[in-house]
Write a new protein. Structure first.
Ligand code: MN
Ligand code: MN
Length: 293
C-alpha cells in the first residue's frame, strides 16, 4: 500500500516536473519567438515607422517598387525616406521628434544602407577627400536616446553632401533651435528635409544639391496629432544655399514658406492635412515676421 502510494507520488512529481518544464519553455518561446524573427521585426517596424513619421503625407508619392528607383520608399523605425538611385541619396527624409528621442549618446559610423538593392549602394568613403560633409538629414542628435536609433542616422540613405559651413553653421543652428523647442518648450515636431538642384556630383555617383530645405511642424506635446493641427499650427520652413562662407549666419535669415518650398522641390508637403488648413499654414512666411517660441 505504502509502496503504491510512494510510486504514484513519484509519477505525479515527475509528471509535474515535465509539465512545468514545458510551461517554462513555452514561456521562453513566446517572449523570444524563434520563428522568422527578422521578417516579423521588419514588418512591425515598417508599420509603426510609416504611421509615426509619415502621418502628414508622402511628399513625392514614393513607393516600395524597385521599378521606381528615383522615388523609392524606405521605411525605418527611426525615419522614412524617398531614395533617388541616380542622385545617390534621399529626395527627402521625414521623421517625428519627441523628448524621449533625445539623449546624449553618439555611436555612429557611417554605413551602407542594406535596405537598398545592392547595385544602388553608396559607400561612406565616396565622400572622403571631397569638399563635402556627409550631411545627415535626420540628425543623429534627434535620435540619441538609443544606440540603435542613433546608428540608423548614419546610414548613407540618410546622407547628402553638404558644404561644411552650411552643415556646421545655420543648418546645425536650426537643428539645435528645433531640439530646444522639444526639450524646453514641451513641443513635438514633424520634420521633413532634403536637397534640391545640382551643383555637380561626387564621383559621378552622388548629386550635390545646390539648396537644402526643411519643414518643421510644431505641436504642443500630446496625442492624436493629426486632429490637433489647425490653421494656427506653427510651421517653419527654411531654404539654405549649399555654400561656404555662411557659417556665421543665423538660420532665421533663411526662413521662407512651405508654399515656396513646394515650388522649389516639386513636392506636396503636409498633404494629409485638409486643403483648407494646408492653404493657410503653407502660405505663412516667417521671414517677414519676428517670431519667438
Ligand atoms: Mn548635419
Ligand atoms: Mn502641401
Amino acid at each position: 500500500m505504502n509502496t503504491v502510494k510512494y510510486r504514484s507520488l513519484k509519477h505525479l512529481l515527475g509528471f509535474i516536473l515535465v509539465l512545468s518544464s514545458f510551461l517554462v519553455i513555452g514561456d521562453f518561446e513566446s517572449a523570444f519567438p524563434k520563428v522568422n524573427l527578422t521578417s516579423r521585426h521588419i514588418t512591425a517596424a515598417q508599420k509603426s515607422g510609416e504611421q509615426l513619421h509619415l502621418i502628414l503625407g508622402n511628399p513625392s508619392h514614393a513607393t516600395r517598387s524597385e521599378t521606381n528607383p528615383n522615388n523609392y520608399l524606405v521605411v525605418k523605425e527611426q525615419y522614412v525616406l524617398s531614395y533617388n538611385r541616380d542622385n545617390g541619396g534621399p529626395n527627402w527624409v521625414s521623421w517625428h521628434v519627441v523628448k524621449t528621442d533625445l539623449g546624449r549618446g553618439r555611436s555612429g559610423n557611417f554605413a551602407v544602407d542594406k535596405a537598398l538593392p545592392e547595385s544602388w549602394w553608396v559607400f561612406p568613403n565616396v565622400y572622403l577627400n571631397t569638399a563635402y560633409d556627409r550631411g545627415q538629414m535626420c540628425s543623429p542628435s534627434d535620435r540619441n536616446s538609443d544606440p540603435v536609433d542613433n546608428r540608423a542616422t548614419f546610414l548613407m540613405s540618410n546622407v547628402l553632401p553638404q558644404r561644411p559651413d552650411l552643415n556646421r553653421g545655420p543648418w546645425r543652428k536650426f537643428e539645435e533651435y528645433s531640439r530646444d523647442l522639444v526639450v524646453n518648450g514641451n513641443y513635438e515636431l514633424y520634420v521633413i528635409a532634403g536637397g534640391s538642384g545640382s551643383e555637380g556630383s561626387i564621383a559621378n555617383q552622388v548629386n550635390v544639391p545646390s539648396r537644402f530645405w526643411k519643414v518643421i511642424l510644431i505641436l504642443p506635446d500630446g496625442d492624436n496629432d493629426l486632429n490637433r493641427i489647425d490653421k494656427n499650427t506653427r510651421v517653419l520652413a527654411v531654404d539654405m544655399p549649399n555654400q561656404q562662407g555662411i557659417g556665421q549666419q543665423n538660420w532665421t535669415k533663411y526662413l521662407t514658406s512651405v508654399d515656396k518650398l513646394e515650388e522649389l522641390s516639386g513636392y506636396d508637403f503636409l498633404s494629409n492635412l485638409p486643403e483648407k488648413i494646408q492653404k493657410v499654414i503653407e502660405a505663412r512666411d516667417y521671414s517677414v515676421v519676428t517670431h519667438r517660441k
